[in-house]
Design a protein around this ligand. Sequence first.
Ligand SMILES: [Zn+2]
Length: 145
Amino acid sequence: MPRARKKRCIYVDTKARYFKPRGVPLDNLDIIQLTFEELEAIRLKDLLGLEQTEASEKMGVSQPTFHRILKEARKKVSDALVNSKAIEIYGGDYKMGLRHYECQNCKHIWETNTLPNEESIICPKCKSRIIDDAISCHRKFNRNI
Ligand SMILES: [Zn+2]
């Protein structure tokens, strides 16, 4: 029996979108499909500059799996850039990560899986803006993440 694949944990906006060379109709272009977990891998490693261990933990996958996702993502993006192909960000096998917040003033802890505006995070209890946050796929708050 095939083993059920564990869903990757991501924290990116999951609206489907296209990137394409200017002035060429989409119908005339090769389209590369980049999955949301591939986008998340690039975001964590290349945009945020996380270490591979940290990035793989955030996505809830092993380091070799993360490396494989990242490698595939970079290959697709560079293929599109070099060979003038369109990129469609769509699909994949993922679940949304939970973001945990802890107020540094009153120590209130809460979690959400919606995308917050970083500047508008306010403690719901004491209205403080001094907030710590962490992302994980786990329901239970874990201070080590
Ligand atoms: Zn508070």
